[in-house]
Design a protein around this ligand. Structure first.
Ligand SMILES: [Mn+2]
Length: 332
């Protein structure tokens, strides 16, 4: 099922609200390498289902990033992929089945899977899908579902939704931020959580591992295409030396794209397995197209893909495409 871009998903909201009202047992899952929107969405959806007195489990592929772990305290979490059973599966913030890791089979085996997401690249998988590309985060979609179901938003749910929305909008700095985002935020703040305490936890505090990785990442930065492209490289060895995990890479690529004059920032995450994960951040160029042409996807200004082969090959493939896009944009 291919969905039309920019379709108005009001019917999809009603359809999913109906499923949440009608069904009794759910498994919540988000994408591998979870970020703030995925963990925040899982937590908020879990709290919503508790309010509806629905039995449910949150499936985690790996441990949640340390920064977001507090959101899951007291919630029903499992690491057992078999826990899906006959439950209705709610896939949150995942643009395609491959992002569901071990659970990706559920998207095609006749399971009752509901696809709830905001990525333009969402493939429309699942028995039912609610893909609202106007939403700045999956958290915004869950907020709307809570309103539709007339579920009162608790302080704890508000913290989870704030985490989703603030992290996916780069603290309300990305174009995805809308008037609606701020209306939702006003409503969330009204529940009385401490914005300072939460934002300190989510954004400002840096772990020694994170600092070590930042130092190594900055040192690796190289400029190409007349300084319009800045790229960083992080290997397994660097991660080990910093005692850092994948979660500490979150946001690192922004240091590349934020350099004045740079159009596209890249992070090459070189794995010993022979795979290279490439993160793209852009000021103007549509990098979701470039990542898409290399088997990945994402948003216009933030995307990613995985390439098999050497770093040299991966750099060549990516840089030629990015440089072309940057110069095409310059001429436009
Ligand atoms: Mn998201």
């Amino acid at each position: 099922m291919k969905r039309a871009k920019n379709s108005h998903p009001e019917d999809e909201y009603n359809g999913v609200a109906e499923v949440l009202r009608r069904e009794d047992s759910f498994l919540l899952v988000s994408h591998i390498n979870p970020d703030g929107d995925s963990i925040g969405s899982l937590a908020a959806m879990s709290l919503l289902l508790s309010r509806l007195e629905k039995e449910h489990l949150i499936y985690l592929h790996d441990e949640a990033p340390e920064r977001y772990r507090f959101l899951l305290t007291g919630l029903p979490v499992t690491r057992d992929a078999a826990a899906a059973g006959n439950r209705v599966v709610l896939a949150l913030d995942s643009s395609d089945p491959a992002r569901l890791g071990q659970l990706q089979g559920l998207a095609g085996d006749g399971s009752y899977l509901v696809n709830i997401d905001h990525h333009v690249s969402n493939t429309g998988y699942g028995r039912i899908s609610l893909v609202d590309t106007r939403a700045a985060a999956t958290g915004e979609i869950i907020y709307r579902l809570a309103r539709l179901l007339q579920v009162e938003i608790s302080t704890k749910m508000a913290e989870a939704l704030y985490t989703s929305i603030s992290t996916d909008t780069g603290s309300f700095k990305y174009d995805s931020t809308t008037e609606e985002t701020f209306r939702i935020m006003a409503d969330l703040l009204g529940t009385g959580f401490s914005l300072r305490k939460l934002s300190l936890k989510l954004f400002d505090e840096m772990s020694p591992s994170g600092l070590c990785l930042l130092r190594a990442g900055l040192q690796s930065m190289v400029f190409t295409a007349e300084n319009k492209i800045a790229s960083m490289t992080v290997t397994d060895a660097v991660l080990a030396a910093c005692r850092a995990g994948e979660e500490h890479l979150d946001g690192l690529v922004n240091y590349a794209v934020n350099v004045k004059g740079v159009e596209v920032g890249l992070l090459f995450r070189v794995k010993e397995s022979g795979e290279i994960k490439v993160g793209f951040r852009s000021k103007r160029v549509d990098v979701s197209k470039i990542a898409g042409s290399l088997g990945g996807g994402g948003h216009k200004k933030a995307a990613g893909c995985t390439i098999k082969g050497s770093l040299k090959e991966a750099r060549a493939k990516v840089l030629v495409r990015v440089a072309r896009a940057v110069y095409d944009k310059d001429r436009a």
